[in-house]
Each structure stands twice: as C-alpha cells, then as structure tokens.
Design a protein around this ligand. Structure first.
Ligand SMILES: C[S@@+](CC[C@H](N)C(=O)[O-])C[C@H]1O[C@@H](n2cnc3c(N)ncnc32)[C@H](O)[C@@H]1O
Length: 357
C-alpha cells in the first residue's frame, strides 16, 4: 500500500514510552540512542522530550508503544472541544497517520475515566467527523488517552504513534500459544552480549521469537530447537516473514546433538508450567536444560533464561555450579488471565568448569 504523504508535525515535544515493568533501564538506554534528554519515569511509563522526526520512534524494540502528548495543561475535559485544541489534535492525528500506509487506521478509541460522559461523547463525535475514523470502545487503531498530567493538577491528551503496539511485530504471522513478548525477547537477546561470530542457540524455541529478535543485533549463526513440530513450523513461517535465516531442529533441549562448548550464546524461554508444559515436567526439564546448556556453552558464554517457576529454577541453579548468576530481572507481563511475573536470569559459563567437565 502507498504511504500517505507526511504532513508537518504539530509542535509536540513530549512523548511517553509504554514499558513492561522491569524493563525500564533497557528502554531508557534505547531511548538515549535517539535523544540526549533523559527519560523520566512516570505512571504511564517513560516520559521524554524529543525534537527529531517521528519514524525512528516506530523502530524502538524494547518499548511496547510510544504515545505523543498532543495537548497538555487542560483544565477539564471540555477544553478538548476548544477550536485551537481540536485543530492541534487533528493536526497531530494527521501526522501520525502519515507515518503509516494508507488504510492502516480505521478506528479510533478514546480512553478516559468517564469516557461515556456527554463531553467525551462530543469530543469523539467531533474527532470521528474530522478524521473519518470509526469510534470503538475496545481495541482501536488510533488510541487516544485523556488523563491527569504527571504533576496531577491538569489534564493531557496522548495519541499512540502506531495502530498496533510496537511489541506486536509485523513478522509474527504465526501466533503460538505462550509465545514470548517480542520486547522481552529483544532485551534477552541483547543480554547475551551479541557478537558477529556468535553461534546463538535457542533451546525450546517455540515460534522463534528469541531467534528473530537476535537478528536485529547483527549477523550470527542462529540455531533453534523444540520438541514440538507445530512450534517449529510456526518458527519457520515467522523467520521467513522476518527474512531471517535460522537453523531449526526437532531436538530435546536436554539432549542436543551438538559439540561441547560450541555455543557462544544460549537463550531459553522455558515452559512456565501454566499455559505451556506442567510443573511436574519442569522438575525434570529445568535441571536437564541447565546441564545441557552448560555442556554446549563456550567458556564465558551467557545463558539468558526466562521463567516464572523461580523457586524451582533457583533450586536447580544451586545444583549447577558451571553457571555463575550475573543478573536477575523481575518482570510484570500483562496476560489474558492477569499478570505474569517471570524473572530473566543472566548466567555466565564459568571458564574453569568448562574445561573440568
Ligand atoms: C514457553 S514456550 C517457548 C515460546 C517461544 N519463546 C516463543 O516465543 O514462541 C516453551 C517451548 O518449550 C518447548 N519444550 C518443552 N519441553 C521441551 C524439551 N524437552 N525440548 C525442547 N523443547 C521443549 C515447547 O514445545 C514450547 O514450544
């Protein structure tokens, strides 16, 4: 589809990056590559001023979504109906739409406390008339949020820069139950300390999220394995959509037919035992994976693992002296049935153990 012609940006300086709780330092570091002004943590995520062109904001990989602050210092909801504010708002919406192919936005949702009040109904009517977008109560391509400003004394309106969250990657054409959030996968891939000559092994790779996200860091030999043929087919489809070369095998993560010390980076999104796998299976799987990863890892290689079965994983880790824990990151991941609270572990392969085993 042909992209719309960019319209001039409204004079907007402030943005909010929606971030997965626990990933704020990684998101702030990625934002620092775009803007020298430091991001400030607020209730809605990381707030940052930015004066550059907007397309680079759509390429951020550790951030769930970016929202522009389009109107601020509003004393009350009815201020949205002022001609000047509405004009600024429709200008900003036009600019956001110009960043995407024609037809990318069909619907509009205004999220606000009391969103069914006559004032908000009036705002929605004016906006749908001005933009041609259909007003919806759920989902929505153009997502507007009316909320208190960080100082708390006034209100502001924000608009998401993309019709979907940035974490919903275009390459994900095959959706596997229990697939890892791609922003989390991007952080995990980065934590392996990517190097061009990497042999990067993803144990229990599922639909390939950790493999595809590693590709953004540059070339590497990408190898994934999973027991489930359907998951591997899904990974094949996603990797093809991403244009990423991966080697996929139907192998048991506890018995990988590859030489000792042959992987310079290893990652795993282990079954949490809820949606995928079971707690009973994990009692066998986790120690087996830690031992096999220790055999496969080159000295100093990082093994980056995510799991919600923290007690079991830590018990298994205490019995796996080849792995030196370097970092733990606690996450809060929104899920259909509430919030998941997995941890990311960064483990380093102890060099002396590698030669002693
Ligand atoms: C949480 S899912 C991984 C999801 C993946 N990160 C993604 O984004 O699609 C865990 C995966 O472990 C695989 N698995 C479970 N036991 C395994 C084993 N012993 N060897 C290899 N894979 C295994 C499952 O088939 C499942 O695909």
């Amino acid at each position: 589809m042909r992209a719309r012609r960019p319209t001039p940006a409204a004079r907007l300086a402030d943005f909010e990056a929606e971030v997965i709780p626990g990933l704020e330092p990684f998101a702030a570091r990625e934002l620092a590559t775009l803007t020298p002004s430091p991001a400030v943590l607020s209730d809605a995520g990381l707030r940052f001023p930015y004066a550059g062109p907007w397309p680079p904001l759509l390429t951020l990989r550790t951030i769930v979504a970016v929202h522009a602050v389009v109107a601020t210092g509003l004393p009350r909801p009815s201020a949205l109906l002022d001609d000047g504010t509405l004009k600024r708002l429709t200008g900003a919406i036009g600019h956001i739409r110009s960043l995407h192919p024609a037809g990318a936005f069909g619907t509009l949702r205004l999220g606000a406390a009391g969103q069914d009040s006559p004032t908000f109904r009036g705002v929605r009517e004016r906006l749908t008339r001005a933009t041609g977008l259909r007003d919806v109560a759920e989902g929505g391509d153009l997502l507007l949020r009316f909320k208190r400003s960080p100082a708390g004394d006034r209100f502001e309106l924000t608009a998401r820069l993309s019709p979907r969250p940035l974490s919903a990657r275009p390459w994900r054409v095959c959706n596997l139950r229990g697939a890892l959030n791609a922003t989390v996968a991007s952080v995990m891939a980065g934590l392996t300390r990517p190097a061009p000559e990497d042999t990067y092994l993803n144990l229990a790779c599922g639909s390939g999220t950790l493999l595809i996200e590693r590709a953004a860091f540059g070339s590497a030999h990408l190898i994934g394995c999973d027991l489930d043929a359907e998951a591997l087919a899904c990974a094949t489809t996603n990797a093809a959509a991403a244009g990423v070369d991966v080697e996929l095998h139907q192998w048991d993560a506890g018995a990988v037919p590859r030489p000792d010390g042959s992987a310079s980076a290893i990652v795993a999104d282990l079954p949490f035992g809820q949606l995928v796998g079971s707690h009973a299976n994990n009692e066998r799987l986790y120690p087996g994976v830690l031992a096999e990863a220790a055999r496969l890892a080159a000295p100093d290689a990082r093994f980056v693992v995510i799991t919600q079965q923290v007690n079991l994983f830590e018990r298994c880790l205490r019995a796996a002296p080849a792995w030196v824990p370097e970092q733990q990151i606690r996450l809060e991941l929104p899920a259909n049935a509430g919030t998941l609270k997995p941890w990311i572990y960064v483990l380093r392969r102890a060099a002396e153990q590698a030669s002693a085993d």
